[in-house]
Design a protein around this ligand. Structure first.
Ligand SMILES: Cc1cc2nc3c(=O)[nH]c(=O)nc-3n(C[C@H](O)[C@H](O)[C@H](O)COP(=O)(O)O)c2cc1C
Length: 382
């Protein structure tokens, strides 16, 4: 038997959302519920086990108003972005609409709760007092949610330290980390949202070494879909990066394993299009036919080698919009058949991990060259 009802614990952990529009502004939040939540939050770990966190609750309307004015000054950009995104169906439209709502109603929540700590960022790289707030502040969110309350994690007031100090009497030496507008939520039916799955962002043994599926014995296995992911942040918009990743001839310009590529099908290219690639490893070269499996303009371009039904490898470029920049991910998942790495790895089960590690190191080097080359091209043309 497990110690907890795991499904219920996971439901709490995965449905604690940023609540901005569904805060009940008319229902007061009593001290006892805040004390309870803070007591729970204080169970979180802290560097050196020193109890240095401090919590500040603000209910006075005039004080809340002054903080709301500061928040609105810092958050003006959110309103502008929300206006720009309205009606576009953009992935971030809802978040910005919600954030803009908070900018206009920051003082409407019955209580503002600031989590701070005795300590300053000293850039020493040592785990300091400062690092001890976040885990506790998130526990506070969870404790609120468990009791029918909600909040949103806000940080914009941190940039207004001088004013906060003056208004709230915060002493020098204390760092404020997060301000929570707290209230009971209108309804409690919050949902988990889509996030990138663990398999895509979890690496095993070496940075970038992925597993498509769990390995039964925890060791690298061909059957687990071993892969590599590399990423780079590019100072250019996705529209600038897209033509570079959806043209397979581009990687061949860099020092990668791909010497040349050539479309075998007519433009416009999309899912089902094919291209030939000439690969080179040391003094060995070979030709592979590639099949486009995914073609989502501005977002993703993926292809499978050899056989589209059972690819030797699936390669994927993905662009994530990060403000005015792009994060480019380049990944590969090695298939169980139709590639030499799998053949070599499976030839001797004792050597499976070693063969996969060696090949993946080479891939990671070539893939890093590729994304760095794309970054250089994109930043030049932006
Ligand atoms: C470090 C950090 C800073 C944040 N700052 C703000 C903020 O200043 N204002 C705000 O409205 N939301 C802020 N958020 C909340 C995020 O915007 C929120 O997590 C996002 O909208 C996704 O919503 P979800 O948490 O419900 O998935 C912050 C979150 C984090 C982790």
């Amino acid at each position: 038997m497990t110690a907890f009802d795991v499904a219920e614990a996971d439901r709490l952990l995965s449905t604690t959302r940023a609540v901005r529009r569904r805060i009940d502004t008319d229902r007061p939040v009593a001290d006892d519920v805040l004390f309870d939540c803070i007591d729970v939050a204080e169970q979180a770990p802290s560097g050196g086990n020193v109890a240095s966190r401090r919590w500040l609750v603000i209910r006075d309307p005039a004080t809340k108003r002054r903080l709301a004015e500061l928040y609105a000054e810092s958050g003006e950009f959110m309103t502008k972005i929300a206006d720009r995104l309205e009606g576009t169906g953009h992935a971030q439209e809802k978040v910005f609409a919600s954030s803009a709502h908070l900018v206009e109603h920051f003082d409407a929540a019955p209580a503002l709760v600031i989590a701070g700590i005795w300590g300053r960022h000293d850039d020493s790289g040592r785990p300091g007092l400062f690092d001890s707030v976040l885990q506790s502040a998130w526990s506070f969110n969870l404790a609120l949610r468990a009791r029918g309350l909600g909040t949103a994690w806000t940080t914009m007031l941190n940039a207004r330290e001088a004013e906060l100090t003056e208004i709230l009497g915060i002493p020098p030496g204390v760092t404020t980390v997060v301000t929570f507008p707290v209230g009971y939520t209108i309804g409690t039916d919050f949902k988990a949202v889509a996030r990138r799955p663990a398999e895509e962002i979890t690496y095993f043994e070496r940075w970038g070494f992925t597993r498509r599926r769990p390995s039964a014995d925890g060791t690298p296995r061909v059957a687990a879909g071993p892969g590599v992911t590399v990423e780079v942040d590019i100072a250019a918009r996705p529209a600038v990066v897209w033509p570079l990743i959806s043209d397979p001839t581009v990687p061949s310009r860099f020092e990668t394993e791909l010497d040349a590529a050539e479309w075998l099908t007519e433009a416009p290219h999309g899912v089902g299009s094919r291209f030939a690639g000439t690969n080179r490893l040391g003094d060995r070269t070979w030709e592979i036919e590639n099949h486009v499996l995914e073609y989502e303009e501005g977002r993703s371009f993926a292809w499978g080698t050899v056989d589209p039904q059972d690819p030797g490898a699936v390669w994927r470029f993905e662009i994530e919009e990060v403000g005015p920049r792009s994060r480019l991910r380049f990944s590969v998942v090695i298939g169980e058949r139709n590639n030499l790495t799998a053949v070599n790895a499976l030839a001797d089960p004792d050597q499976e991990g070693r063969v996969l590690a060696g090949r993946r190191k080479m891939m990671r080097t070539a893939m890093t060259h590729t994304i760095e080359g794309i970054r250089a091209l994109a930043e030049r043309t932006d």
